[in-house]
Design a protein around this ligand. Structure first.
Ligand code: ATP
Ligand code: MG
Length: 448
């Protein structure tokens, strides 16, 4: 047992297939080691000096080859987490299910992962699965070949060695990327069953990289969408957040619909996209998010989820008001109901829930444009987000454009300008209207 473990850790020839990778030189792949962050390079050099194998792996290699700037640089190695830790003073082991090491290099934190083993029957380490085949535990170390085989898509299973400037490619990932194809490693149906989130990853990565999902991998999605229901809500939330903040949210959501993945999977998209007003509002929100990501501006997940769920709030709010609930308590009740239902499928973190509620709660306050109230609204800590939200509502036709325009003017006006803009208090307006009404005896006989 121990010998088997050690041989796995040391990366003896594994059972992964194919076990003979292509070794692609710099002249062919075109990457330069300077494109790898300094911290990542130093981490790899240190591990190599310690006698271990170490590579940049996953999304970073893929993105660089595709001409994109990677979000972060991850390292894969045959050193165990404990061995990695001994190589770096400023490092710590995290995670219980599968330990990884965070190495601090200046401002960078590099995630170092030990090659993971095969969890299929071939490797003799049958993974624990639920009755749908979803892998619950996946925590064996393995060889590099095994590590490559358990990654999802061929373009994600590339290992770059910045010292030798070579790419180790077990599954023709470089060729697939050149041919703009997102291909699953292994049998797509089995791989989706092991982890249904891979269906969402397929959509997101295809949109991000402008790839076509290989028909073998896209065909089974339609019949397997229900498997998403087994995914823990927190995992689903992380993936949705990645998808919505990828800078290609419009493309991703359009693709999710084409694949039938928006039904059942995401209650929020399910309802919204099937209503014309809701669809317009959400698409406008996603367009503006994509534009912000494209311009390198920060985006707020709270704002994003507030837009995605707003239509449901509106429907419930209306229902409660019709039942005679006062306006504001009805809104708060609608907000809670929508968020409760949502929480069952998608575990929106508590901090984000707070942001969402702040944005929604401000909405009726924008209707109040008399007296001191607009000044109070301006002082709200979440004013800017609430105001942006109001503008989207106005643009989508849900509220009067004039309300949005009034707030834009009010925001930019001088003190005197603001005072002049205030509307008469609602009571005053009613009194004035009454005063303007002709005397009762001259009124036409209208039915009461
Ligand atoms: P990005 O960072 O752009 O979101 P990524 O592909 O790097 O995309 P990560 O979640 O950072 O995504 O994962 C890093 C690598 O881990 C992937 O490139 C892939 O090799 C592997 N991986 C991630 N999720 C899965 C999964 N569900 N199944 C198999 N391999 C996965
Ligand atoms: Mg990544």
């Amino acid at each position: 047992m121990i010998r088997k473990f050690i041989s796995r850790v040391l990366g003896r020839k594994g059972t992964g297939s194919p076990s003979q990778p292509a070794v692609i030189g710099a002249a062919q792949h075109g990457l330069q080691r300077e494109q790898i962050s300094r911290g990542c390079r130093r981490t790899i050099e240190t591990l190599q000096e310690g006698g271990y194998q170490a590579y940049v792996v996953g999304g970073a290699v893929r993105d660089l080859l595709a001409g994109l700037v990677p979000k972060d640089f991850d390292v894969a190695t045959n050193a165990t987490p404990e061995q990695v830790r001994q190589c770096f003073r400023r490092s710590r082991i995290i995670g219980r299910r599968f330990q990884i090491v965070h190495v601090n290099m200046g401002v960078e934190t590099i995630e170092v992962t030990t090659f993971r083993g095969h969890h299929g029957e071939q490797g003799g380490n049958k993974a624990q699965t639920d009755d749908q085949g979803r892998v619950l535990r996946d925590n064996v170390f393995g060889s590099q070949a095994e590590d490559a085989a358990r990654r999802d898509f061929t373009v994600n299973a590339l290992y770059y060695d910045p010292t030798a400037e070579t790419i180790i490619d077990y599954h023709h990932g470089v060729a697939d990327l050149k041919q703009k194809t997102l291909r699953m490693i292994g049998d797509p149906k089995t791989r989706y069953r092991e982890d249904p989130v891979r269906m969402l990853r397929a959509v997101r990565l295809a949109a991000k990289l402008g790839l076509m999902i290989d028909p073998e991998a896209s065909r089974p999605i339609r019949e397997m969408t229900d498997l998403i229901e087994n995914v823990p809500p927190s995992r689903l939330f992380d993936e949705m957040l990645k998808l919505l903040t990828s800078g290609h949210a419009v493309r991703c959501v359009t693709r999710l619909r084409e694949e039938g993945l928006h039904h059942g999977l995401l209650p929020l998209l399910d309802v919204i996209l099937d209503q014309p007003l809701g669809e317009r509002f959400v698409m406008l929100a996603l367009e503006s998010t994509d534009a912000r990501v494209g311009a390198g501006k920060p985006i707020s997940p709270g704002f994003l989820f507030a837009t995605l769920l707003w239509n449901e709030v509106l429907v419930k709010w209306e229902l409660l008001k019709r039942r005679g609930e006062p306006v504001i308590p009805a809104l708060f009740q609608a907000m809670d109901e929508v968020l409760d239902v949502q929480a069952e499928k998608l575990a929106i973190t508590r901090r984000i829930v707070g942001d969402i509620k702040d944005i929604w709660a401000l909405q009726p306050r924008f209707e109040q444009r008399s007296g001191k109230r607009p000044y109070g609204v301006l002082q709200q800590p979440r004013f800017k987000a609430g105001y942006d939200f109001l503008l989207l509502r106005a643009e989508s036709g849900e509220v009067d454009q004039a309300v949005g325009a009034w707030w834009t003017d009010f925001l930019h006006a001088s003190d005197e300008g603001r005072a002049a803009m205030l509307l008469p208090p609602p009571g005053e307006a009613r009194k004035r209207r009454r005063r303007r009404r002709p005397p009762a005896d001259s009124a036409p006989n209208l039915p009461e």
